[in-house]
Design a protein around this ligand. Sequence first.
Ligand SMILES: Cc1cc2nc3c(=O)[nH]c(=O)nc-3n(C[C@H](O)[C@H](O)[C@H](O)COP(=O)(O)OP(=O)(O)OC[C@H]3O[C@@H](n4cnc5c(N)ncnc54)[C@H](O)[C@@H]3O)c2cc1C
Length: 305
Amino acid sequence: MALPSLDAKIVIVGCGISGIGAALKLTKHGFRNVRIVEATGRSGGRIRTGKFGSSIVEMGAAWVHGPSQENAVFRLACQYNLLDPESMTEENQAIDVGGNLPLVPSFLRSSGGAVSAESLAPALELFYQVIEQTQGLTQAGEPAGSVGEYFKAEFTRLAEEEWRGEEEGTRKLRMALATSVMKAQCCLTGTHSMDTVWLGMFGVYRTLPGLDCTFPSVDYFKKHHDTFLRPPLPLHKLHTVQRMGFGTVNKIYLEFQEPFWDPETEAIYLLWEEEVQLADTVPNIHKDWVRKLFGFTVMEPTESA
Ligand SMILES: Cc1cc2nc3c(=O)[nH]c(=O)nc-3n(C[C@H](O)[C@H](O)[C@H](O)COP(=O)(O)OP(=O)(O)OC[C@H]3O[C@@H](n4cnc5c(N)ncnc54)[C@H](O)[C@@H]3O)c2cc1C
């Protein structure tokens, strides 16, 4: 295949990090006519720094996930000295958190008051054990069903077995915590419910060989799939794309004059006490959207805006 001329006219649609990254890469390789078009007049897309009260906050992306040398965002952040020295140590880069949030937790119940971390720790341990087991199924072939269905059945079975001797109140609180962490998992996975995530794809990420390309949008692809790719996608993948929708991942900032949590707390989990069925959706979301919140991360006061 002939290589494109360095004078080729290239238009990148969207000035989020993907568009900026693509433009950087192209110009670095000598392409001279690269243009980014952006609908909003602001670059950054879902990365946006804003003011909140007297602080500066990230309205969109804030975390560099998997901060190690293979991560281009991490390398950039290091290059511009944006991270604290601890995050850049080799030791930190070697820690494998397996996609979990290794933050010091506090647990607050919906009837008011905190619950001790010791009594709830087994719920978190079991949660991540079953998540790992669920991710492992991908390697075992092409399993049928959804992550949500498999996870709920397996977690409930093991919880009944392992927590048989516990008081009912403790068991319920552990199930409420698992339900909250399930909602957090939805947020990490970018889905409304884990019932919509296919078991065969859970935990899988691999880069494909070949020249990088940008994908216009799911909506564009839905309309033009027959002419967009040669060879076309296999039917089962096409059906998956056709069923894809758009949701919202959002953040809420709350500011307090004084912290009401323990000083070492890094994450506050919300326990909706009557939610003990691992249901990651909320029936009347427009009215009860607050119940879809799984918790908050604690932020230190930042420099003044
Ligand atoms: C609340 C929130 C928190 C997040 N937290 C994290 C986090 O902590 N860590 C993390 O790694 N990720 C996080 N993410 C995800 C991360 O922000 C996104 O994956 C990433 O920013 C996407 O970049 P992008 O360039 O692909 O798309 P976008 O940032 O969405 O950029 C697309 C751009 O294209 C423009 N555009 C769209 N259509 C057109 C058109 N037809 N013509 C012209 N312009 C167009 C849009 O206006 C936009 O500027 C978070 C996302 C949200 C919403």
